[in-house]
Design a protein around this ligand. Structure first.
Ligand code: 13P
Length: 326
């Protein structure tokens, strides 16, 4: 660690100690994606109210959407809001699915405390090369790095893949030792987005591949594992969206019981984006439908923010086990 750590000026920490505590306490730190003020407020208020550590997570395109220059100032303001609420929860700012060294470097230089470099679409050797390059730069600035092995299916901001490839446990030790990455995202059956499985009526989602996770834990004892694509896709929110003019007929996610099991293992970080999007969309659709003359953004974004706060508190409490751990 060097004397001038940029993210400390924003009131942030990296993920190292968060993951250590999560490993010891057998829970997972939530990583919630955001791109606007209401989401950012909701995430922090939800985590402050449930006394949970939190990773504020931003994809490359979310960063562009909010404006790359403005983003760190938004977060600095949000951290000040949390401190003003009397809370001292640890807060990290993390780049989700960084795909180039340049993007990771820009984020590190502008105040991110953690970055993901996702080389999972490259060959094993190129993934190692790219990840090691980012780690070398990041560690000089006190920033932690998440790598990825295996490919998740689904569509997200920067990533899109029709098929998934499970992580091959025999690759993980070489990857971690050659890159120096601080945590590893793996593919064990989750996927990005709101349509994770194609199920027949009455059919249950398939189980995650806990056998792969266990094999990875054996090979990397005490090493933090990350689960992407972990939204549960609330049937209530989907029903509300469909009731008020939406069309999300086949939306389905990962059952909470499986995520709870993962959170008690070496999985120290669980990524949730779609659930928050669905919660806000459901409320906004309902309000637009029931009050067609409403045109004050506060009157629909405000209730959407309240819904997201409740969702986050429930996740921290019931799924991740991170409530009360800050
Ligand atoms: P979901 O689409 O399941 O919320 O996953 C989000 C994610 O993995 C962000 O990296």
């Amino acid at each position: 660690m060097t004397a001038s750590i940029i993210y400390e000026k924003l009131g942030l920490v990296n993920t190292r100690e968060m993951f250590q505590k999560a490993m010891e306490g057998r829970y997972a730190v939530p990583a919630y994606n955001f791109n606007n003020m209401e989401q950012l407020q909701a995430i922090l208020i939800g985590c402050v109210q449930s006394a949970s550590p939190v990773i504020l997570q931003v994809s490359g395109s979310a960063r562009e959407y909010a404006d790359a220059v403005m983003m760190p100032y938004m977060v600095e303001g949000a951290v000040a809001m949390a401190r003003n609420m009397g809370s001292n929860i640890p807060i990290a700012l993390h780049l989700d699915h960084g795909n180039t060294f340049e993007l990771a470097k820009e984020c590190i230089d502008s105040g991110f405390s953690s970055v993901m470099i996702d080389g999972s679409h490259h060959s094993f050797e190129d993934n190692i090369r790219l990840t090691a390059e980012v780690v070398e730069y990041a560690h000089k600035k006190g920033v932690t790095v998440e790598g990825e092995l295996g490919v998740l299916a689904g569509v997200e901001d920067e990533v899109s893949s029709a098929v998934s490839h499970y992580t091959q446990p025999e690759e993980v030790e070489e990857f971690v030792s050659k890159t120096g990455a601080d945590s590893l995202a793996i593919s064990i059956g989750t996927s990005h987005g709101a349509h994770k499985f194609k199920l027949k009526p009455g059919e249950e989602p398939p189980s995650l591949r806990f056998d792969i996770l266990e094999e990875i834990e054996k090979r990397l004892p005490g090493y933090p594992i990350v689960l992407h694509g972990a939204s549960s896709v609330s049937p209530e929110h989907v029903a509300m969206i469909n009731q008020f003019g939406g069309n999300l007929e086949s939306a389905v996610g990962i059952p909470a019981v499986q995520l709870r099991r993962a959170a008690q293992s070496a999985v120290c970080k669980i990524n949730i984006d779609s659930d928050g999007r669905l919660a806000m969309t459901a409320i906004i659709r309902k309000i637009f439908s029931e009050k067609p003359s409403e045109f004050d953004p506060r009157k629909y974004l405000g209730p959407a923010r309240t819904e997201l706060i409740e969702l986050i508190k429930a996740k921290n409490e019931d799924v991740l086990g991170s409530a009360g751990k800050a």
